[in-house]
Design a protein around this ligand. Structure first.
Ligand SMILES: Cc1cc2nc3c(=O)[nH]c(=O)nc-3n(C[C@H](O)[C@H](O)[C@H](O)COP(=O)(O)OP(=O)(O)OC[C@H]3O[C@@H](n4cnc5c(N)ncnc54)[C@H](O)[C@@H]3O)c2cc1C
Length: 409
């Protein structure tokens, strides 16, 4: 792709952003906001041109929220910005010596600075017997496969269909509640939902009284909640559960994985330092080398893909959309500082990220939804549902494509 380089410029871009989901697109938005009057040359690479809105993924999945109306048109936004370009493709790896990304089809893009925002994956441990029978719902093809399976097996009338959701965190709880709420639809057979969590309580990252409240709401909606329980095998028509050393088989027409995120597979191929769990290890300035003097000061990473290592060790940052936005803003500021310096100059002082804890949580529970802030728990079903959709619309409005510039007379 070096043919894309501007005359007099050795590289294809000033900033190359890998990944156009929450973190990547916000880096682009912030750069444009900060440097709109003299925009840098930006290239963004992602395998997808659009992104479903993950915080309401369970509603999109069952069709309560039309999937086509809850997609961010990320490529269209990027392509509307001056001097920005979107490249659709599968990333194979990085060539650090010449600051290039390499795509699986052999294309390469070089840049003065690179931001890795390649995120995480929702996938069961491959060693789990029958793992391939578990549906997940993060990536587009996962989402479409599960959507089709639900349409096929829950369509029509008849006996309730047994389904199992694995994962007692917020995503699992939200998915189980949304499925249970399907029982009221005239075009769907009611699913009989079993929710399996390995911890002693649901949503273990929230306060115990909230976990108890969530369990009560789910039980009232007809969900069979199993805590301190592990899934040990998935067969065609049932799953095997184990609790306190006792094994049991539970009928299951569709088994779903919502049991935790893993690093996007490509992260292991980038040749960058990682934590023991495989996340990219970054310093507080979000540069890719967790050392006081980064070897490649032009290389940043942010969002779900990273763990910040500094001071007393790994920071307890959240893998949430809002954390992506905060990190992206820090990265954009640091890019602006770096780009203002000449290439051979010493690295100017860069800003560290600030750890924020205690941000509000929303937990969507079918027809109900809780908003949690510190000790406050607001349970106003209609307002909360409306509020979460309003947040989605605000998010999409942020990345509305710019109108084309007026054509010269
Ligand atoms: C089911 C679910 C529900 C959630 N609900 C909430 C919520 O309610 N509130 C909240 O705050 N957060 C929620 N989250 C978390 C939030 O969605 C993540 O924190 C956020 O998506 C992380 O964004 P990211 O840009 O870092 O990475 P990701 O969203 O993982 O995006 C990574 C991007 O990189 C691209 N990519 C990866 N590998 C390659 C490759 N090899 N080649 C090309 N492109 C590649 C992908 O296509 C993708 O666009 C939820 C997550 C899930 C899965």
């Amino acid at each position: 792709m070096s043919s894309a380089a501007e005359p007099g410029s050795a590289r294809d871009a000033d900033v190359l952003v890998l990944g156009a989901s929450f973190a990547g697109i916000e880096v682009v938005y912030q750069l444009h906001r900060m440097l709109g009057d003299r925009p840098p040359r930006i290239v963004v690479v992602d395998r997808e041109r659009e992104h479903g809105y993950l915080p309401l993924q369970q509603e999109r999945l069952v069709g309560v929220l039309p999937p086509a109306q809850s997609c961010l048109h990320s490529a269209a936004y990027i392509e509307s910005l001056p001097r920005a370009r979107f490249v659709q493709g599968e990333i194979e790896g990085l060539s650090l010596d010449d600051r290039a990304v390499v795509l699986t089809d052999g294309r390469r893009v070089t840049a003065r600075t690179i931001v890795v925002a390649l995120g995480s994956e929702l996938a069961p441990p491959p060693a789990l017997p029958g793992a391939s029978r578990l549906f997940a719902h993060k990536r587009r093809e996962q989402f479409e496969a599960l959507q089709a399976a639900l349409g096929e097996r829950l369509g029509g009338s008849g006996e309730p269909v047994p389904v199992v959701v694995v994962g007692g965190g917020i995503s699992g709880v939200e998915l189980a509640a949304e499925l249970a709420a399907q029982g009221g639809r005239p075009d769907r057979r009611a699913p009989r939902v079993t929710l399996v969590g390995s911890e002693p309580r649901l949503v273990p990252n929230l306060r115990p009284n909230i976990a108890a409240r969530v369990a009560r709401i789910l039980a009232a909606a007809g969900v069979d909640v199993r805590t301190s329980t592990r899934v040990t095998a998935i067969e065609d028509d049932d799953v095997e559960l184990e609790a306190a050393g006792v094994r049991e088989r539970v009928p299951c027409a569709i088994a779903m994985w919502a049991g935790g995120l893993r690093p996007a597979p490509v992260l292991a191929r980038l040749g960058l330092p990682t934590t023991a769990a495989g996340w990219l290890s970054v310093g507080p300035t979000l540069q890719c080398f967790a050392r006081s003097t980064p070897t490649h000061p032009w290389l940043f990473a942010c969002g779900d893909a990273v763990r910040i290592v500094g001071g007393a060790g790994e920071w307890p940052t959240m893998q949430r959309a809002i954390e992506c936005l905060w990190q992206a803003k820090v990265v954009a500021r640091n890019l602006v500082t770096l780009l203002a310096a000449a290439e051979g100059d010493p690295v100017p002082p860069l800003r560290p990220h600030r750890l924020r804890t205690g941000f509000a949580y929303g937990v969507s529970l079918g027809h109900r939804a809780l908003v949690l802030w510190g000790r406050l728990c607001v349970d106003l079903p209609r307002i909360n549902r409306w509020f979460r959709r309003w947040l989605m619309r605000q998010y999409f409005a942020r990345y509305e494509p710019l109108p084309p510039p007026p054509s010269p007379r």
